[in-house]
Design a protein around this ligand. Structure first.
Ligand SMILES: Cc1cc2nc3c(=O)[nH]c(=O)nc-3n(C[C@H](O)[C@H](O)[C@H](O)COP(=O)(O)OP(=O)(O)OC[C@H]3O[C@@H](n4cnc5c(N)ncnc54)[C@H](O)[C@@H]3O)c2cc1C
Length: 421
């Protein structure tokens, strides 16, 4: 390990992290636990990323990739039905084609088994990796441990989910199947439009993800880490043991650089020479202030692809997928789709109070990129966590800190390498 010129002790590094979302901040905390110095760079800290509006679930059960044989079979229907979980901005389609091609390849039964096994391996480590971070940042008062529920509106949609249920079980994820009356006992305020459901008893949720991220960021600062409000523009190697990050506020130097800029990470990887098929699945939420008591736990409505989650001071309905790139503006039709469906499920609700759209960092195989660049061993990647980036942030940070400290990670990370495509 090369001591850095920037003042860190031998064996320890000055690490610069681009992106202060959950992945960047959890990585900073793990690096500090190993004694490294960290600088986080974010253009708009604690305001702008996918963390701001997510569905709040720590989804330890979520080992099923987005692309499966069942999803591929439903694609024509999903595309033609304007009320489905998935939509496209058609003008973006030509740019998305290479990603879609890889998505199709990743969706074969054999590849889905491989992905579910590897995501399952990461998910097994989620709680252990979060524990010290949660303890340090008073997270326990923001957590609600009450499971997570999925609902299916018809026998057909429940039958379509059968392969996923078995795949979870084969990977050791407990799934409880719920009857109509089980659901009404657990969530009596829901309009009984559901047919069957699932309960993931091990799932839990964060009542306010933004607050949790701020708490974690506060600990980074208390530990001596710097959080710079700057837009990173590029990464350049300046010497054998130093890299420089150009920002709109000057240069920041370090001996290691972590790219954790969520959906905006691809350009940094390509500057280093790594081509990654990272794109985005845009998602939406609507908020109902004061309505959190209507549900006891996050409830996912599988047919439309969103969760309704009771937060600290509001009920949030968040989810759906739109392919349109990171510059796509908010699409009022997606917001209306969520709001209309929520109103059917919880007719007690009035109009929503606020809405949001954000960008999941999505790889075609639903697996993140975690590990060193194939071109420069001092640049490490931690992005592409798709639908479960908050859930996987702690374990990602732990793996990156292990790699930088030259300790073997607790799991095989070769499935997550940047050059797997
Ligand atoms: C609707 C919706 C619901 C979701 N629900 C869940 C859920 O229930 N559970 C779950 O685990 N996950 C969920 N997710 C996914 C999760 O939110 C993301 O996977 C996760 O936030 C990604 O974390 P990240 O740190 O990689 O990226 P982000 O949270 O997007 O953070 C990236 C950061 O990089 C910064 N950045 C970007 N470019 C630059 C630059 N050039 N210079 C400096 N800074 C830069 C951004 O400002 C941002 O702060 C959901 C996402 C959406 C959209």
């Amino acid at each position: 390990m090369v001591p850095s010129k920037t003042g860190a002790k031998p064996g320890l590094h000055d690490v610069v992290i681009i992106g202060a979302g959950f992945v960047g901040v959890a990585t900073a905390l793990w690096l500090q636990r190993h004694g490294h110095k960290v600088t986080l760079i974010d253009q708009d800290p604690f305001n702008e990323g996918a963390y701001f509006g997510n569905a709040c679930t720590i989804a330890t059960y979520a080992n099923i990739p987005v692309g499966t044989p069942a999803v591929i079979k439903q694609i024509p229907n999903l595309l033609l039905n304007s009320r489905s979980a998935l939509s496209f901005r058609w003008s973006y389609l030509p740019r998305l084609l290479p990603w879609l091609y890889r998505f199709l390849l990743a969706s074969t039964p054999r590849n889905v088994e491989h992905i579910a096994r590897n995501l399952g391996g990461l998910l097994c480590e989620v709680n252990n990796a979060f524990e010290p971070l949660f303890k340090a940042s008073n997270a326990h008062e923001l957590l609600e441990i009450n499971g997570t529920m999925y609902l299916y509106s018809s026998q057909q949609s429940f039958t379509n989910a059968r392969a996923d249920i078995e795949l979870r079980r084969r990977n050791g994820i407990p799934v409880q199947e719920l009857s109509h009356s089980d659901i009404s006992d657990l969530e009596p305020n829901l309009n009984p439009l559901y047919h069957r459901g699932l309960l993931f008893n091990d799932g839990y949720h964060v009542r306010n993800p933004l607050q949790l991220l701020k708490n974690m960021g506060h600990v980074v600062s208390e530990n001596g880490g710097r959080i710079l409000t700057s837009k990173a523009l590029g990464i350049k190697r300046t010497s054998a043991d130093e890299l420089s990050i150009m920002t709109d506020n000057g240069h920041v130097r370090g001996s290691k650089v972590i790219v954790a800029a969520g959906a905006w990470s691809r350009k940094f990887a390509s500057q280093i020479g790594d081509k990654v098929p990272l794109d985005t699945e845009q998602g939406y939420h609507v908020m109902y202030n004061g309505a959190q008591a209507l549900l006891k736990r996050p409830v996912g409505w599988a047919d439309t692809g969103f969760y309704m989650t009771p937060m600290d001071t509001a009920l949030r309905a968040a989810g759906t997928v739109e392919f349109g790139g990171v510059d796509n503006p908010s699409n009022p039709r997606r917001v209306k789709l969520i709001a209309d469906t929520v109103k059917r499920l919880l007719p007690q609700l009035g109009d929503y109070d606020s809405q949001w759209t954000g960008f999941r960092p999505s790889m075609p195989d639903s697996m993140p990129v975690i590990g060193p660049s194939a071109k420069d061993k001092d640049v490490l990647y931690a992005f592409g966590h798709g639908h479960i980036g908050m859930t996987l942030s702690g374990i990602t940070g732990k793996i990156i800190a292990d790699l930088i400290s030259e300790r073997p990670p607790t799991i095989d990370i070769s499935p997550f390498r940047v050059d797997r495509f």
